[in-house]
Design a protein around this ligand. Sequence first.
Ligand code: CU
Length: 163
Amino acid sequence: MLAALLFASSVVQAHDDAHTKPAFDASKAEQKEFGIAGDPARVHRTIKLIMNDDMRFTPTRIKVKEGETVKLVVKNKGKMMHEVVLGTMASLQQHAAMMHKYPTMAHEAPYMAHVKPGGIQEIVWTFNRPGHFDFACLIPGHFEAGMVGKIEVGEKNRRNYFN
Ligand SMILES: [Cu+2]
């Protein structure tokens, strides 16, 4: 019995090491103006997002369709820490102000990823509300240096959206 328990705890430990984010739980997903946490098992599209020490994202514009669940694969090609936070310009500005006030503030949410130099993290997000949204690196100084991008979520019923 004890051996089984020890084995179980080591499995949990290994799982924690492999994933920095908890498993997806739809009942805990919180609807935001810019969408809701997506199920990693139901991804429609994968989009690569590169971050660099020139304080830019590549691409700077992302176009998706209302209802799409997107896996953002976020790679940090720089030598310093970067992050990506999805939101609205208002929510990002508010968050950036908090980061300035409390630089060591621990922040974690399904719509953000902190990526170490050379690292890769993923965000799975469902863009279930049409509109124009934003993303940014909120590390103090980076947002101010223009490390921002735009997300356009096209209405579901609009035809030929991608043409
Ligand atoms: Cu940055």
